[in-house]
Design a binder for this molecule. Sequence first.
Ligand SMILES: [Zn+2]
Length: 67
Amino acid sequence: MDEKLTCYICNKENNKGIVILNRYICRGCELEMMDTSYNELKFEGIRRKIKNIWKGVSLNIEEHSTG
Ligand SMILES: [Zn+2]
């Protein structure tokens, strides 16, 4: 029962992170996502991946625009 998951962003294997839309994100990348705005992310590839995840999240949440 000690299954390791592969981080969607950095491809590290561990099981201490979170799963968003079936994408596993390790703790380190989760913190980085919270801490860093898209524009400040160092790696274009990572930015694109995170963007894809949030796109899926907002589709699921059904955002209500309040102006
Ligand atoms: Zn990671």
